[in-house]
Design a protein around this ligand. Structure first.
Ligand SMILES: [Ca+2]
Ligand SMILES: [Ca+2]
Length: 198
């Protein structure tokens, strides 16, 4: 079965069917066990002991695609997982925190991705994202080396406004958008990682 296939990847599905959507997917909770998993999984396991996995497919045809997984309590969208932290940290500390979880500050690649995130955010908080201008030359850089594309930016009107403000937050001002702020200011943050495929 699919659960057996998942178990063969080096884990144990202790809660078998946490939720069941007849036409779409199973959701299972996957616990690591043994030492059979691959390099990314074993590094990942140091911080995350449980994954929530989805497998899309047609039940009646007994066809199932691969399992795509996010750490327990992370949010899943497209091929990424997200962790929203309301703990207040500087930009650098926020990135370090993501890094300890095998993730990085979020890279916003599309309006759809930003809309998914803002649906889950608190309008009274500012959230650091993985965009900064390290040298104060208005050369914006994404933390994962994604090229900065002026056509996929969501700056608030009038932003970015000050060369001393070299780190970017996502916040709400009548609508959600970006603002450059001082990197040392402490704010909430969003981490992103690629989904794990089993
Ligand atoms: Ca992204
Ligand atoms: Ca600003």
């Amino acid at each position: 079965s699919n659960l057996e296939r998942l178990s063969q990847k080096g884990g144990v599905c202790t809660k078998e069917l946490v939720d069941f959507h007849p036409f779409y997917f199973f959701i299972v909770t996957y616990h690591f066990a043994g030492d059979k998993y691959d390099k990314r999984l074993s590094e990942f396991h140091i911080y995350h002991s449980t994954l929530t996995c989805f497998s899309e497919g047609l039940l009646k045809n007994k066809f199932w695609g691969v399992w795509s997984c996010c750490p327990k309590n992370w949010k899943s969208f497209s091929s990424s997982c997200y962790f929203i932290s309301s703990k207040q940290r500087s930009w650098k500390e926020s990135q370090e925190n993501c890094s300890t979880m095998e993730a990085h500050l979020v890279v916003i690649n599309s309006k759809e991705e930003q809309d998914f995130l803002t649906w889950n955010l608190n309008k009274s908080h500012d959230y650091f994202v993985g965009l900064s201008d390290p040298k104060g030359q208005r050369h914006w850089q994404w933390i994962d080396q994604t090229p900065y594309n002026q056509n996929t930016t969501f700056w608030h009107p009038g932003e970015p406004n000050r060369v001393q403000e070299r780190c970017v937050v996502l916040n709400y001002r009548e609508q959600w958008g970006w603002n450059d702020i001082f990197c040392a200011h402490v704010q909430s943050s969003i981490c992103e990682m690629m989904k794990i495929y089993l």
